[in-house]
Design a protein around this ligand. Structure first.
Ligand SMILES: [Zn+2]
Length: 510
């Protein structure tokens, strides 16, 4: 290389311990704070060059390169909002301490460094593109659906994990070098386990070496190619060996991730392109669009997996992948995520957020706020959160929102949450015609099954000792993470103590 050649860095594209993984040489990412989904890795940028793995300089560029791949994918999929809950630029901390972990806590992405007990090798979670783009996926979902963060439901917590894994898979399959290797490893049959379906190989190995062979899948932390079928998480054990399903979000998420991999294979097979690697990449992009659209609109609640699955199928049926919709329905049915192998003709009335035409007896159109009040009652609009204003340029102009309600918990079985509240949400969709007048509306009210699910979820957290009592203090994710607490009871300005999510982990907390 001559002096005048532009500088290059070396990075992993998949995971340091993935089969056949080797370092590749790429130009250093630039302008990563600009545009949608910008980020900043803390510390000074080392001079770009080919550093040795397990050094701080290598980690800085590896983390930057992984986040930049995610930034480019998400900027294509969802250029808006393009800003994170923590602000316009997402901070990422390459080495936040010693642990086999990584997490997102609404302030930053944090990665950790430790040693594999069996091999003695350094494990930096920020070195794995799988781990990094999974955490970035949590932050993306939080930006698109902030109401899911605190939602006290097994399936919502597990969906956050599935979304992280699907984000990692989507970023990986946007990389031609990786789709070619998947095609090679699976001999053209993407339903077989492969280097992309296996997630966080290196971290998974270290977790197994520390916590035993039942703590993670052989060869990875999780594998999207799996055979888990849906069962009501309230009927599952709190924790279970890796080979079995439990209610724990990192275990239960595998049903949704596995079903979405099946959907990916379905879309891939339907394509028939001569270039199989390109077809896999295109199928992954199609699935990502379907899954994100479903995640954006499915009402929060006990049956969140089913709501997402039905939306993916319905969304496919009305788009360019319409001919694949019956096979997608079959895939989700086989996972027991939907009740019939047919494409749902429409969503059930209580969760349909397509807005019906006005009835003859409907009141005349109202301006926005009066319209909301008329439909939802006098306690609004002060309690409405997360209203997504429709863009005038993209009809139909449907406004979606959510209303939070406190559900109080009483009894020693709730641990520190005894006497505190969780928030459950009603979902609202309103259709505005020309001139900003409300034409029609629909409300999905959380019902008794959602309330029971919320209570069961907090009892589950209490049994696993995951709830801290923060009192009047702002929860500090770092001390809670050290103590294994994922939730905290926090007193709000209105004096009510509520259960809040503090951080979302990469690995299964022990
Ligand atoms: Zn996670």
């Amino acid at each position: 290389m001559s002096e005048s050649d532009p500088p290059r860095i070396r990075v992993y594209l998949n995971d340091p311990a993935a089969r056949g993984e080797r370092l590749v040489s790429i130009p250093p990412p630039a302008d990563t704070e600009k545009g949608p989904w910008g980020f900043r890795v803390s510390g000074r940028a080392p001079v770009p060059r080919a550093y040795e793995p397990d050094t701080a300089e290598f980690l800085w560029w590896q983390l930057t390169a992984s986040l930049d791949r995610g930034r480019r994918l998400w900027s294509r999929l969802r250029p808006k909002p393009g800003a994170w809950i923590p602000g316009p630029v997402l901070p990422a901390v390459p080495s936040a301490g010693k642990d086999l972990n990584a997490y997102y806590d609404r302030e930053a992405l944090r990665f950790f460094r430790d040693v594999d007990d069996a091999t003695g090798e350094v494990v930096q979670s920020g070195d794995s593109p799988d781990v990094v783009t999974h955490e970035q996926g949590h932050a993306i979902l939080d930006a698109l659906r902030p109401d899911l963060w605190d939602a006290p439901h097994f399936e919502v917590a597990a969906f956050h994990e599935a979304f992280g894994d699907l984000a990692a898979i989507a970023v990986a399959l946007a990389e031609p070098a990786l789709t070619a290797r998947v095609d090679e490893e699976t001999h053209g049959d993407a339903s077989h386990s492969n280097l992309v379906s296996r997630l966080a190989e290196e971290l998974g190995g270290a977790v197994r070496d520390r916590y035993g062979p039942e703590a993670a899948s052989a060869g990875a932390l999780r594998d999207a190619v799996n055979a888990f079928r849906y069962a009501d998480p309230k009927t599952l054990p709190d924790s279970a060996p890796d080979s079995r399903l439990s209610a724990e979000p990192h275990s239960f998420c595998r049903v949704m991730t596995g079903a979405c991999w099946d959907a990916l294979v379905t879309l891939f097979r339907a394509r028939g392109d001569a270039d199989r690697a390109a077809a896999l990449s295109a199928a992954a992009a199609d699935l990502a669009e379907l899954a994100v659209s479903a995640a954006e609109t499915a009402p929060s609640g006990a049956d969140f997996f089913g709501r997402v699955a039905r939306r993916i199928v319905r969304e496919a049926a009305s788009g360019p992948a319409a001919s694949s919709a019956p096979a997608l329905a079959r895939a989700f049915y086989d996972r027991r995520l939907i009740a019939s192998p047919e494409v749902p003709p429409e969503l059930s009335p209580d969760e349909d957020d397509t807005v019906p035409a006005p009835r003859p007896d409907e009141p005349p159109p109202d301006p926005l706020v009066r319209g909301i009040e008329a439909r939802l009652g006098p306690e609004l609009p002060g309690d409405v959160v997360s209203i997504a204003l429709p863009s005038a340029a993209s009809p139909p102009r449907v406004l979606r929102g959510r209303r939070r309600r406190d559900l109080f918990l009483h009894g020693p079985e709730y641990g520190p949450a005894d006497g505190a509240a969780v928030e459950i949400a009603d979902a609202i969709a309103m259709d505005f015609g020309d001139g900003g007048f409300l034409r029609a509306s629909r409300v999905h009210r959380a019902g008794a099954p959602d309330e029971e699910d919320a209570r069961a979820f907090v009892r589950f957290l209490a049994r696993l000792d995951r709830i801290a009592d923060a009192g009047d203090a702002e929860p500090d994710s770092r001390s809670f993470a050290k103590a294994g607490k994922t939730h905290a009871v926090v007193r709000g300005p209105d004096g009510i103590r509520r259960v809040r999510r503090v951080w979302i982990a990469r690995r299964r907390a022990e």
